[in-house]
Every structure is written in C-alpha cells, then in structure tokens.
Design a protein around this ligand. Structure first.
Ligand code: ZN
Length: 107
C-alpha cells in the first residue's frame, strides 16, 4: 500500500505542477494581449523576452526554474517567481487530489 500511495503522490505532484506551469504561462501571455478566448493549443512555447522556441528540457516544472535560477537560459531575462509558486502549488494540489481519490477508492 505504501508504494502505491507514494507513486500516486509523486505522479499527482508531477501532473499538478505541469498543469500549474501551463496555466500561469497561458494566463501571463494572454492577460496582456487580452485574447483570453484564443485557442490555447495554437500557442508556441517561446521565451517572452527573446522569442526563442523552448526545448523540452527548458519546460520541466520546478527543475528548469531552479536549474537556470529563474532566468531564460538563452537571453538571461528573469522569468519571475510566480511561475515557481504556481508549479509548486499545482504540484501540491495534484498530490492532494490523487491522495483523496486513492483514499476513496482503496484505503
Ligand atoms: Zn529568452
């Protein structure tokens, strides 16, 4: 049971942090352009400052932020602390949801 719970918490945290990262990035991009209803899947993942298309290694929640000290690794501009807070908060919320669902189903 402990291993299942651990796996659920880790995967819940990981999925939640991805969603938190996606939400804050999407919101940051659209709050200035006021195109809230735009198709979110049309967006490319680029640096807001230099416009370089980000690679997969640049978009791993929490890890990428800490590895590059909160800066774009191409131009060095500051990404801002809110993305890390959203990734951590999303991760904790995801782990909590996975725990509650698992508790309801198995425990
Ligand atoms: Zn950049």
């Amino acid at each position: 049971m402990g291993m299942v719970l651990g796996f659920a918490l880790v995967s819940g945290f990981f999925n939640g942090s991805i969603n938190g990262s996606y939400l804050i990035t999407w919101w940051s991009r659209h709050k200035t352009s006021r195109k809230i209803l735009r198709n979110i899947f049309e967006d490319k993942w680029v640096c807001f400052s230099c416009g370089v298309k980000l690679k997969g290694m640049d978009m791993i929640p929490i890890y990428s932020y800490l590895r590059h000290m909160g800066k774009c690794r191409y131009c060095g501009c500051s990404i801002g602390g809110s993305i890390l807070i959203w990734e951590l908060g999303g991760g904790l919320l995801g782990a909590l949801i996975y725990y509650l669902v698992l508790k309801e189903l198995i425990l």
